[in-house]
Write a protein that binds this ligand. Structure first.
Ligand code: ATP
Ligand code: MG
Length: 399
């Protein structure tokens, strides 16, 4: 099991060790492996410096050399390889002031946030676990490495990471760590919102999100969050969610559907999310409103991007407590047209049909109506049928 899960990582470690350095699997991969959970990416910590790693492997992407991190591409997989390091202070609450490369894995583990994340595994699967992280996984506890208050002052993001691990891993926060969070939570106001957003998104996505949200409420974490802090009812909406939402744009769309006063543009902006996040949220809301009125029409399926299907399913479940029945992809394939380009008529045809009319917005409006009628099977997609349909009962508008 260990060998097959970490096959490529073990190969990387062997190559690094062949050059006289040491290397271990660390972080979330070890935690998730010991916790019998699916492993996402595998991080490696090594005594080799980024330059030394660059000399060993052919494909190395220098993503954060100053922090000792490079990405090694190996057998079409990416591995973050980070030099053993310690950190001193986060004066700006964003980046460690100073990163110092060290020679021992023990010093590297000491800078990590929680005991469950401070375990290293060698190429044979033997663990180095100076803070009894394995025991904490068994006891189901999130415990800070070292003095929790100091660790949270150093980097307040760790408090939000604790909540997201509660949600993702169904663990409890150990009492002293929890007390420290309640004392230090105000420090999160100094954090960059982008860092906060990443943890918030992961917190909402976890299976145990409700327990995490309970802490979010009780520890007053929400009072330091944009938008949420001036509308407490939004927390209640989130708390009422019957399932977890995997993306922030799903959360924004959900809140908008629950409370029409919600301004999604402002939400997106205050969480410093991309324009794409806003567009996705907006697309979801438009479709959900249509779905509420007309159910799953051909038009909805036609207009809706496949990349958002899963989000749409989740939101239908979350908002209307129902399931989308049928295979949307198959239904989409069987629509009369797949895109506007496949329409049997174009603007040029319409101009020819109405030579006396000045060109204007009416052409687009008519094309939109034709497109809708074809998708909804009200007319066949052929030029004669469409012309007949327009002439007999759907003449163009005036402008
Ligand atoms: P995920 O499953 O989301 O990747 P992860 O624990 O691997 O979870 P990462 O952000 O990938 O989280 O970080 C990798 C490791 O780096 C962590 O397990 C932890 O040991 C350490 N780490 C990450 N962020 C911090 C932090 N803010 N303070 C201290 N250690 C951290
Ligand atoms: Mg990770």
């Amino acid at each position: 099991m260990f060998e097959s899960t970490f096959y490529n990582a073990i190969k990387i470690i062997e190559e690094i060790e062949a050059k006289g350095h040491r290397a271990y699997i660390v972080g979330g991969a070890v935690r998730d492996f010991l916790n019998d959970r699916k492993i996402h990416d595998v991080d490696i910590a090594s005594s080799a410096t980024p330059t030394e790693i660059q000399e060993i492997f052919t494909k190395v992407i220098p993503v954060g050399i100053e922090h000792g991190t490079v990405i090694v591409r190996y057998n079409h997989q990416s591995f973050e390889v980070t030099t053993f390091r310690t950190e001193t202070g986060y004066t700006d609450y964003r980046h460690p002031d100073q990163v110092e490369f060290v020679r021992s894995i023990y010093d590297d583990l000491a800078r990590r946030d929680f005991t469950i994340n401070a375990i290293a595994m060698d190429k044979k699967g033997k663990i180095i676990d100076p803070y009894s992280g394995k025991l904490d996984i068994e006891r189901r506890l999130i415990r800070a490495v070292g003095n929790p208050e100091d660790r949270f002052t150093e980097d307040p993001l760790r408090m939000l990471r604790a909540l997201r691990f509660v949600s993702q891993l169904d663990l409890e926060v150990e009492p002293a760590t929890l007390t420290a969070i309640s004392k230090q939570i105000h420090l999160i106001k100094h954090l960059a919102i982008e860092r906060i957003s990443v943890e918030f998104e992961k917190m909402l996505a976890g299976a145990n999100f409700r327990t995490a949200l309970k802490l979010f409420k009780e520890l007053n974490v929400w009072t330091y969050f944009p938008v949420l802090h001036f509308d407490r009812s939004l927390i209640k909406c989130l708390y009422d969610l019957p399932i977890s939402l995997l993306k922030l744009y799903e959360c924004f769309a959900y809140l908008k559907m629950k409370d029409d006063q919600v301004d999604m543009k402002q939400l997106t902006k205050s969480f410093k999310q991309s324009k794409e996040t806003f567009r996705n949220a907006e697309q979801l809301v438009t479709s959900l409103v249509e779905y509420k009125v007309d159910g799953l029409s051909n038009w909805l399926i036609y207009k809706f991007p496949e990349s958002l299907y899963e989000s749409f399913f989740r939101l239908v479940k979350a908002l209307f407590h129902s399931f989308v029945v049928g295979d949307l992809k198959a239904r989409r394939k069987h629509l009369a047209i797949q895109s506007r380009k496949e329409l049997a008529v174009s603007g040029t045809d319409i101009i020819i049909w109405y030579p006396d009319r000045a060109k204007g917005q009416w052409i687009q409006t008519l094309l939109n109506r034709i497109e809708y009628a074809v998708v909804e099977n009200q007319i066949d997609n052929n030029i004669d049928a469409i012309k007949e349909w327009v002439n007999s009962c759907h003449p163009p508008e005036n402008n």
